[in-house]
Write a protein that binds this ligand. Structure first.
Ligand code: R5P
Length: 302
């Protein structure tokens, strides 16, 4: 079966990078937004009988990128694609993975249902909660950038560093990276009051006189890492610290807030298109090879 790669508008540079690794150019298609805000997709290159991979992180604006992905899948199916795999390195709505209050929607389940109606498979990276995989009724190839991030920390790690989970949801991820690096860990107990309001209750682990490396799955407003960093500083941590995350959403003023003298480096992957103005302290780890390998494995049935 011939392989075809198509890119949505959420991260064309990543699609190019993945295509270069696979030795193929993204197939030609037309994506537009009409004056009334409706989205439009039409595939141009022939797809009849092809194994199609659609690259589209559902990063902000998540609803628009999701609908675009669904339209792409629908168009490719109608063009005769034999199999359609959504390649969604950042899966939006993942934080709505359970009900914490009566009447709430479970957004992650709904999005999984929608993708499952039009796609045959999903390739994704570092889901906020690995259990989300079970929300899909199609096979999910869930890969992780933890190895790449650990590798990027190896050269700069000293006996003075401590790897810090800025909330309890990050504990397992940080512990796995610490195991790879044989580094000590600490945990911050965070309380969230709203989308952008968090407070630290308690820190577990030895942090005094240590240099923190905060590791999370994503940075959205930056509130979580900044409040954790403030708490670590009051507990006697040394600064500047480093911040590591898989997905750099960087909404609102997050990028400039993280250009703080208390942070000397922010290491993130390119799972999401980088905002135009990111400070020099930002370093990007390329996931192009990781996604290309996942696509190869799915295509060849490994
Ligand atoms: C929360 O559970 C996530 O793992 C991140 O800690 C959080 O979403 C980061 O968001 P923000 O940067 O807005 O605090």
């Amino acid at each position: 079966m011939k392989i075809s790669l198509l890119s949505g508008r959420s991260h064309p540079a990543l699609a190019e990078a993945v295509g270069a690794r696979l030795g193929i150019e993204p197939a030609e298609c037309l994506l537009e937004t009409f004056p009334d805000d409706e989205l439009y997709f039409r595939s141009i290159d022939p797809l009849l009988g092809h194994d199609v991979f659609l690259i589209q992180p559902t990063s902000p604006p998540a609803a628009q990128h999701l609908l675009e992905l669904l339209l792409m899948a629908d168009g490719c199916r109608r063009a005769g694609a034999s199999r359609i795999t959504a390649v969604v390195p950042y899966f939006g709505y993942a934080r709505q993975d359970r009900r914490t209050d009566a009447g709430q929607a479970v957004g992650a389940r709904l999005v999984a249902d929608l993708i499952s109606t039009r796609c045959d498979r999903l390739i994704t990276l570092d889901l906020h909660n690995p259990a989300i995989e079970g929300f899909f009724s199609i096979p999910v190839e869930h890969r992780s950038a933890e190895g790449l991030l650990a590798e990027s920390l190896k050269a700069l790690l000293s006996a003075d560093h401590v790897l810090v989970a800025p909330d309890l949801g990050a504990v397992k991820r940080v512990q796995r990276i610490a195991d790879r690096l044989h580094a000590p860990v600490a945990y911050v107990h965070k309380e969230r009051f709203s989308g952008d309001e968090v407070r630290v209750r308690h820190i577990s682990g030895q942090v005094r006189n240590r240099i923190p490396i905060l590791i999370d799955d994503m940075i959205s407003t930056g509130g979580t890492v900044l409040s954790a960093l403030e708490a670590l500083r009051t507990q006697g941590c040394r600064i500047p610290a480093k911040v590591v995350a898989v997905h750099a959403l960087l909404v609102e003023e997050a990028a400039s807030k993280l250009a703080d003298p208390s942070i000397d480096e922010v290491i993130v992957t390119n799972s999401i298109r980088r905002p135009a103005k990111t400070p020099l302290s930002f370093r990007s780890v390329d996931i192009g090879g990781l996604l290309a390998q996942a696509i190869r494995d799915v295509h060849t049935g490994v």
